[in-house]
Design a protein around this ligand. Structure first.
Ligand SMILES: Nc1ncnc2c1ncn2[C@@H]1O[C@H](COP(=O)(O)OP(=O)(O)OP(=O)(O)O)[C@@H](O)[C@H]1O
Length: 247
């Protein structure tokens, strides 16, 4: 089976010389949900920005469902950006239209969809995140948690093959956090989730990868990684007080 994502030997240094990725190999198969963990500055965001060619120029390769990310090939890059749905940490980076429905329609309309087909995409994506009743509202009148759900819908409307979320649980109250987890669990899609929220990783992702100093330090079942206190300590990861993962 073709992997959803294959990263091989990825190195990247920022123009100032900071080495952010130092030989990353990562393969994620269709339908897997993988948590990408690691301390501040580990390289998580840098890795995510390579998945749809926002960053490039480093050594190594990235393939999305067997298609190599090649920023020089603009037609192919547009296709890659449809296949990889990035949900940024701040929903306001993704919402800029007057209404929720227009925001969700924006991506598919750019693909050339119109009329009933476009409406169906919008309806499906809003239903998937439980936001159908908000379709005519202004995004900036919604709560933060509601805006995050709409941001997820804008990406789902593109019918991506892999959903990449940066800190999806940040700034959510406990009920919104749980509801978003239920939504993400219900999606039949490959998910890569960057998070510092270890209980969230455990709840949602059977597999976790620890990135530190630009290298993969561990890759395995999330309960096993989170039960390894030495491993967590070495990589500046901490479970909330009193939280004990059961294997
Ligand atoms: N624009 C930039 N210019 C130079 N160095 C950068 C830039 N962005 C990130 N870095 C450096 O690259 C390394 C990896 O940063 P990155 O943001 O990918 O880490 P991260 O794991 O996402 O961290 P966090 O958990 O804090 O979001 C760090 O050493 C960081 O200082």
């Amino acid at each position: 089976m073709t992997p959803s994502l294959r990263v091989a030997g990825l190195h990247y240094a920022y123009p100032d010389g900071s080495v952010a990725l130092d030989g990353v190999d990562l393969t994620v198969h269709p339908g897997e949900r993988v948590a990408l963990l690691g301390p501040n500055g580990a390289g998580k965001t840098t890795l995510v920005l390579h998945l749809n060619g926002i960053l490039h120029d480093g050594a190594g390769s990235v393939e999305i469902t067997g298609v190599r990310v090649d920023p020089a090939d603009r037609a192919r890059l547009a296709d890659i950006r449809r296949r990889v749905g990035l949900v940024f940490q701040d929903p306001d980076d993704q919402l800029f239209m007057p209404t929720v429905a227009e925001d969700v329609a924006f991506g598919p309309a750019n693909l050339g969809l119109r009329g009933p087909e476009l409406n169906q995409r919008v309806d499906e994506a809003l239903a998937a995140v439980g936001m159908s009743e908000f379709r005519d509202r202004a995004p900036h009148h919604l709560s933060f948690g509601q805006r995050r759900r709409v941001a997820v819908a804008t990406v789902l409307a593109m019918r991506p093959e892999i959903l990449v979320l940066d800190e999806p649980s940040s700034n959510l109250d406990p009920a919104s956090r749980r509801e978003l987890a239920e939504i993400l669990e219900s999606l039949p899609i490959t998910i890569l989730m960057v998070t510092h929220d270890l209980p969230y990783a455990l709840q949602l992702c059977p597999r976790a990868v620890i990135l530190d100093r630009g290298r993969i330090a561990a890759d395995g079942p999330t309960p096993d990684l989170l039960a390894d206190t030495d491993l967590l300590h070495r990589h500046r990861l901490e479970l909330p007080f009193g939280f004990a993962p059961t294997r």
